[in-house]
Design a protein around this ligand. Sequence first.
Ligand code: TYM
Length: 335
Amino acid sequence: MSDEKKLILSGIQPTGTFTLGNYIGAVRNWGPLQDECRCFYFIADQHAITVKIEPAQLRQKTLEAYAQLMACGIDLNKSLIFIQSHVPTHAQLSWVLNCSTQFGELSRMTQFKDKSRKHPDDINAGLFDYPVLMAADILIYNADLVPVGVDQMQHLELARTIARRFNGRYGETFKIPEGYVPPVGAKVMSLQEPTKKMSKSDDNPNAVILILDDKDTIIRKFKRAVTDSESEIAFREGKDGINNLLTIYSAVTGRTIEESVREFDGQGYGTFKLAVGEAVADHLAPVREEYARLIADKAYLKECYTRCAGEALRYSYRTLNKVYKKVGFVPTELR
Ligand code: TYM
């Protein structure tokens, strides 16, 4: 891999099986970048403990997330997939970046406000500080491009602000990263409340398609998807349920929204929902098969995440050492 290639970085939390939202909005766009770019992807286990999660479950989910990323088309001969807690430089940099981040900025993050409302008994400092760790994840590699869904753009904007502020104070250190959101599917909505994003933590299983759901489950969930009381398949304001289904259908078939609308012209919602369910199930079948193969081979997974973390760590030390020097920490031979 040459250093002139653009550097791509993105992460995903291992809080549950990936949803169709994670897949369409983010993960499936990661594989195609790896031929032209240098790609670093990781499982954000340190972000995951900002809300309560059983340790045994976190361990299990982290390995499952790792295998899911591989099954979604990321090739470890071209890209790295590592586990965040294996690369301590992220957390080390985040401490320094904390000191270039304002309390008021973190208070304005909508995800912090949402999660505080959802977990009023555990508004911990990690939840508040989460976007700074995320900024460190990105800036430690001097990433050029960060492919994410729309819900992460506010955090990315903050990472850019922190990088500019640090550069202003200590001299050019960080590249200012750009976000990349896909043209279709940057925000996949809940199947039950189509004004809300599809989320791993939704309590209603019918609202969410998981990428490892079997065909019957996928079709059943789409059949129950909430739409509207009209009967026309059209993409327009006020038709949130249908807009979401058209978006999903277009994303998995590669057709434009207009082509999809034309295809179902004059047909009923029942036929349309079934077609969307079948298209999604067929699209995800190879992911499910590959995942089953990978998760059964724990020794291979370990070999992969160990090698990748080693490479990521070596690469990230370059930035950390530079930052430590700029802020005035006494150099050491230990790193
Ligand atoms: P997470 O785990 O919530 O989601 C992973 C990715 O999936 C996208 N996404 C969606 N896209 C479209 N529609 C949806 N309904 C939907 N739900 C989720 C997210 O935008 C994200 O791209 N903080 C991040 C993880 C992270 C990270 C990073 C990402 C930690 N450090 C550094 C990029 C760079 C998160 O919680 O994503």
